[in-house]
Design a protein around this ligand. Structure first.
Ligand code: ADP
Ligand code: ADP
Length: 227
């Protein structure tokens, strides 16, 4: 069953820019979808529409289950941006606790769940550390743990590793694949890297700019030898 479904969705901004034209997509359980294309092809716009951060100008967009009720969407969707956007004054633990804290979960009650999330990204030993003490790759891991701490069914990632050096990026790609395989949530991953899209995803949505649109979708049935 589809977690989120876009039917002929377009987005035109107030200044007249047609950022996305007629996009249709079904994201199912345990999908790993990448949006692949050059700058300006509407990848971020499509992701922001799916996140509910902006509304379609036309067409339909529907979430299934709890996410269709606005208040619960925050728990059903995790979001990772290119910038880790951690709170510099808070320890790693408290950064990861944040989404639970915002939905009323105490620090004590959250502790085992936060621990699990940190373990998932290999940062168990860094719970009491401040973000400034971490490398770029580790900050990104904290950001992933924070996005997964509510156990969302869908993780949205907007060029998450683009600012990292290549070795760190390769390591994070491998670890993200392992986490996805083990925990069976779905991922929509925005990238302009052909390498990343082929290596990571089982469905590649290829997009082009002016106006932003989908050119084709490639399904990878035989998994590329990976991990
Ligand atoms: P990508 O993520 O593929 O680089 P975007 O979705 O960011 O593409 O942008 C698609 C197009 O829409 C671009 O031409 C961009 O400049 C334009 N755009 C994005 N956001 C806005 C906005 N808030 N207002 C006007 N135009 C926008
Ligand atoms: P990305 O790094 O994903 O390509 P951008 O740097 O293009 O994103 O855009 C960053 C932010 O600025 C986004 O929130 C986007 O909506 C907004 N934006 C992008 N292009 C325009 C534009 N032409 N007019 C207004 N806002 C824009």
């Amino acid at each position: 069953s589809a977690l989120v479904r876009l039917n002929n969705v377009s987005k035109r901004f107030a200044n007249g820019t047609l950022a996305l034209q007629g996009m249709s997509l079904d994201c199912g359980e345990h999908d790993f979808i990448s949006f692949l294309g050059p700058s300006g092809c509407g990848k971020s716009t499509a992701l922001r529409l799916i996140a509910g951060l902006t509304r379609p100008s036309s067409g339909e967009l529907a979430w299934s289950g709890a996410a269709s009720r606005g208040a619960e969407r925050d728990r059903e969707l995790g979001f990772v941006f290119q910038e880790p956007t951690l709170m510099p004054w808070a320890r790693v633990f408290d950064n990861v606790w944040l989404p639970l804290k915002l939905s009323g979960v105490s620090r004590e009650a959250a502790a085992p769940v936060v621990k699990d999330a940190l373990e998932m990204v290999g940062l168990s030993r860094f719970a009491e550390v401040y973000p400034r003490e971490l490398s770029g790759g580790m900050k990104m891991r904290v950001s992933i743990a924070r996005a997964l701490v509510t156990r969302p069914r869908l993780l949205l990632m907007d060029e998450p590793f683009a600012a990292l050096d290549e070795m760190t990026r390769i390591k994070l790609n491998n670890d993200l694949l392992s986490i996805w395989r083990e925990h069976r949530f779905s991922i929509i991953f925005v990238t302009h890297s052909v390498y990343e899209s082929v290596y990571l995803s089982n469905r590649i949505v290829v997009m082009a700019p002016r106006p932003g649109r989908v050119i084709e979708e490639i399904r990878i049935d035989e998994p590329y030898p990976r991990g």
